[in-house]
Design a protein around this ligand. Structure first.
Ligand SMILES: Nc1ncnc2c1ncn2[C@@H]1O[C@H](COP(=O)(O)OP(=O)(O)OP(=O)(O)O)[C@@H](O)[C@H]1O
Length: 311
């Protein structure tokens, strides 16, 4: 069942078209990535879903009905530009926002303390917000966003400003929220996080949806019929030997210690993998072969370039 459906949404700012007939469906209980180059239209779409901006045409459905202002309380939204009151103390402010979202004081305090402990920031409770670094303030904002347990969470660039340890912490918390039943949509430029936590994605380029689907399926299919050969020997002679069965050759050092190399190549249509292995074996010492799964980074670049070339 899809918790959110975006149907043919378009939006223009004066003469610029920020979204052009964008449609997507977000399955309930999954993590959904919104990807795209700078200025593609991700934040505009997120703002439309959150009822901050209205679309010029198209509609957004939540649980099958047209989303209204009243539904916004079921959505937790972490905007890209985050605002906290600088002079207020951290705990006091978190409590203030929790009360605004309708949590009784006792429950809000207990729940906030639990979150602060989990994020290892309990000793920040009485600090002033102005004393916090960017990443520290971001943790507080994250907690405020998820505290009232909305069923749909939308994070705009949640990883920006986080060091690798805190980014890992955030990833695990997003997965924990998913396990507890929440649906999470987030925009990001961090492709590693997409591979690690997203079930599905949509890639927007220049206001249009150019690629949607399940991350695993996209990664398997996108480049299609590609394999990694692990070997010891001469790169050039291996590539020459494989010319008749493959193309798009790319050599990388597989591991420095054993001096192994990795050749990634595309197997030509109608050629059996066994034939390629036999040819490779005659030319180098083959240590392994596996299907090559494209990275989201490669897919992002290729999909955007292909889209640009046919506009
Ligand atoms: N309030 C606004 N007024 C005018 N133009 C806007 C406004 N908001 C966004 N735009 C324009 O709409 C386009 C899409 O912007 P948007 O912020 O949605 O992109 P984005 O995909 O979130 O980009 P980034 O990855 O850089 O955050 C951009 O060209 C931007 O300049």
């Amino acid at each position: 069942m899809d918790i959110l459906q975006v149907e043919n949404v378009s939006k223009s700012y004066s003469s610029h078209r920020a979204l052009d007939n964008v449609s997507l469906s977000v399955p309930e209980g999954q993590v959904y990535g919104l990807l795209g180059p700078n200025g593609a239209g991700k934040t505009t779409l997120i703002r439309i879903i959150n009822h901050i901006t209205a679309p010029d045409s198209g509609r957004v459905l939540l649980d099958g009905h047209q989303l209204t202002e009243a539904d916004v309380c079921h959505i937790g939204y972490l905007p890209e530009e985050r605002g906290l009151y600088k002079k207020m103390k951290v705990g006091e402010q978190a409590l203030f926002f929790a009360r605004l979202k309708g949590l009784p004081k006792h429950e809000a305090t207990r729940s906030l303390r639990e979150w602060f402990e989990r994020f290892d920031i309990l000793d920040w409770w009485d600090k002033k917000v102005e004393e916090l670094s960017k990443g520290m303030a971001q943790k507080i904002q994250f907690i405020i966003t998820v505290l009232h347990r909305p069923k749909l969470l939308i994070f705009d660039e949640p990883f920006s400003g986080f060091d690798p340890i805190n980014a890992e912490l955030l990833k695990n918390e997003i997965l924990r929220l998913k396990e507890e039943g929440a649906t999470v949509i987030f925009s990001t430029h961090n492709m590693a996080s997409v591979e690690e936590i997203c079930d599905n994605i949509t890639l927007i380029n220049k206001s249009r949806n150019i690629l949607s689907g399940n991350v695993e399926e996209i990664r398997r299919k996108y480049f299609g019929n590609r394999y990694d050969l692990l070997y010891e020997g001469d790169d050039r002679s291996l590539m020459e030997a494989l010319q008749s069965v493959g193309n798009e050759f790319e050599v990388t050092a597989a591991d420095q210690l054993q001096g192994r190399r990795r050749l990634t190549f595309h197997l030509k249509e109608g050629v059996g993998l066994r034939d390629a292995i036999a040819i490779a074996n005659d030319s180098v010492r083959l240590a392994g072969i596996s299907e090559s799964i494209a990275s989201m980074n490669d897919i992002f670049i290729r999909a955007v370039r292909e889209d640009e070339s046919c506009r």
